[in-house]
Design a protein around this ligand. Structure first.
Ligand SMILES: N[C@@H](CCC(=O)N[C@@H](CS)C(=O)NCC(=O)O)C(=O)O
Length: 278
């Protein structure tokens, strides 16, 4: 991983020189039939095509999932990176009155989607042949592959970004979802204030941990800059917004989340999300 940061620093130069290098190789392959049959040449030609498609803005990345789902996390990250993508708006089956009705939109139990993700959940991605599930893992992969400074500079940062993402999924998300469902998401008659209150109490300690981490690290979770770790944790903490008392007790969390939500990439994702039918 030590070599990764120096490779990352060379990326602009490599990107500038790559088209030239690849065209030299494939021109040589065209001129010399013996070269054309080597694996190396085939790989170089494939790389050249991928690079040309990428430069032309043709998305190699597909994101499965509507904005009103955890796909929001991946869409936000793609906008942060400036990564083009094709979205397949797979909707949660439970949101449809009759998912089996003829003409029902593509949903998480559709056989076509289950062939992509047998778990029947969104988001999933397909990136140049690689299929991945699990929103936070998807984001860590995209940040490392395409995200520059949004991803880790070394193995220690990689460890911290993974740690915070798993922290979000295990320490915070189950309770934050209960806050969301029982204070805002469910129809009023189905909300249980006791469940919401228990979840708020369960979140007090993780919020205090997050608050201390942000205070001690200058307002970001890893490396003194906005990274995929902030994005992944912020998307989970957002579910707890219907409990303002948690944010009042954690001023650094409140300021950090507000700053995350001011980012143009987040606002773009949210504006699109708000245009989607609820
Ligand atoms: N741990 C998974 C959870 C995925 C998940 O539960 N997604 C929900 C939408 S936010 C879903 O697809 N639900 C569909 C269903 O339960 O039918 C992740 O973070 O990607």
């Amino acid at each position: 991983m030590a070599g990764r940061s120096s490779l990352r620093a060379m990326r602009p130069l490599v990107l500038a020189l790559l088209p030239l290098a690849l065209s030299v190789v494939s021109d040589a392959a065209a001129a010399d039939p013996t070269l054309r049959i080597t694996t190396d040449t085939v790989e170089y030609c494939a790389a050249r095509r991928s690079f040309a498609l990428w430069r032309a803005g043709t998305p190699m990345l597909t994101i499965y999932g509507v904005h009103r789902s955890r796909a929001s996390r991946t869409i936000w990250l793609a906008y942060e990176i400036g990564l083009p993508f094709r979205q397949v708006p797979v909707i949660q089956a439970y949101r449809l009155a009759d998912p089996d009705a003829p003409g029902a939109p593509l949903h998480t139990r559709s056989p076509e989607f289950l062939r992509i993700n047998p778990n029947g959940h969104v988001p999933s991605i397909e990136d140049d042949g690689l299929v991945l599930h699990e929103s936070l893992a998807i984001n860590l992969y995209l940040a490392k592959q395409y995200g520059g400074a949004l991803g880790p500079a070394d193995l220690a940062e990689d460890g911290r970004m993974t740690m915070w993402s798993l922290w979000a999924a295990t320490e915070a998300e189950p309770h934050a979802l209960q806050v969301l469902y029982h204070r805002a998401g469910k129809p009023p008659a189905e909300r249980d204030p006791a469940v919401a209150q228990a979840a708020v109490e369960a979140l007090r300690a993780p919020f205090a941990v997050l608050d201390r981490a942000l205070t001690g690290a200058g307002g970001f979770l890893v490396g003194g800059r906005f990274t995929v770790a902030d994005l992944n944790v912020a998307e989970v903490v957002r579910y707890a917004l219907p409990a303002p008392e948690l944010f009042e007790a954690a001023p650094s969390v409140r300021a950090w989340l507000a700053a995350c939500h001011q980012r143009p990439a987040f606002r773009r994702m949210m504006e699109e999300r708000d245009r989607e039918p609820a």
